[in-house]
Design a protein around this ligand. Structure first.
Ligand code: SF4
Ligand code: SF4
Length: 264
């Protein structure tokens, strides 16, 4: 008797759907994968069975609305493993930028804010339910997704890398833009996964894959100030795709405080 297939679901909360494309963009690899897994729910792929019991639920998107929270809890109850995929699901993503301000954005943006239902903050999934694995990135890559699923199929416990982007950049023998152009590159505190895409094109990394393990953000931010960035610019370097991740959030507030003292 052939071994039973792994039942998986791909869910979406508040997001742009870019990470789900990592499944569809696998091409022929996806066809091979379908011999080993059965997709029970994947709206973007035309399969709708939200309450299916699954072995693995991949969750894209942040918890930004009461409905997101309800859905995340429902997904947890119906899944053996929950894997958050992408910046939105791991740290709140771009939409978490609003967490950094006390501004009432609903009032400021919408003519009828009473019709909009959203939580005060946008946050990652793990702040609300138990998450077994996290795949960081905006968006996650096909290789990341393939590698993760293959490890699970082989029965080993995936260990997503927390290595610093600089390691990957050096392995590719890229010229360092921080050293040669004085560009404020976040590579020393960002996890690898993108293949050092921006430095390859002579640009500074702006942190799509989130904080690495043991990031020394204090030191890098001081370095940015030494390059001539004013305090508000240093703060802004950490307020991008993963602004709600703890190390970047701390650094943002540190430099906002320095800026506030400077203008007193
Ligand atoms: S992490 Fe980026 S690509 Fe993925 S859903 Fe969020 S915004 Fe889109
Ligand atoms: S370019 Fe950026 S990622 Fe590459 S080595 Fe320099 S600081 Fe690190």
């Amino acid at each position: 008797m052939p071994p039973s297939k792994l039942a998986i679901a791909i869910h979406k909360l508040t997001s742009c759907s870019g990470c789900q494309l990592a499944f569809l963009n696998q091409g022929v690899v996806l066809l091979d994968l379908l011999n080993k897994v059965e997709i029970k729910h994947f709206i973007e792929g035309g399969i709708n069975n939200f309450s299916a019991e699954v072995d693995i639920a991949f969750v894209e998107g942040s918890i930004s609305t009461p409905e997101d929270l309800e859905r995340a809890q429902h997904i947890r109850q119906h899944s053996k493993l929950v894997v958050s995929i992408g910046a939105c699901a791991t740290s709140g993503g771009i939409q978490a930028l609003r967490n950094l301000s006390d501004e009432n954005w609903l009032q400021a943006v919408y003519a009828k804010p009473e019709f909009v239902s959203s939580l005060q903050h946008s946050t990652g999934v793990a702040e609300h339910i138990k998450v077994d694995f996290e795949l960081w990135g905006c968006p996650i890559t096909i290789q990341q997704m393939n590698h993760f699923i293959q490890q699970l199929l082989l029965g080993s416990k995936p260990k997503p890398s927390g290595e610093k982007l600089c390691m990957d950049c050096k392995r590719q023998q890229q010229v360092c833009v921080l050293v040669t152009q004085q560009a404020p590159c976040l590579g020393p505190v960002v996890r690898t996964g993108c293949g050092a895409l921006c430095p390859t094109f002579g640009r500074a990394c702006y942190g799509c894959f989130g904080p690495s393990e043991q990031p020394n953000c204090d030191s890098l931010a001081n370095q940015f100030a030494g390059l001539g960035l004013v305090s508000v610019e240093v703060a802004q370097r950490f307020a991008a795709i993963h602004s709600h991740s703890q190390p970047f959030r701390d650094q943002f507030h540190r430099w906002q405080t320095i800026h506030a003292k400077e203008v007193e």
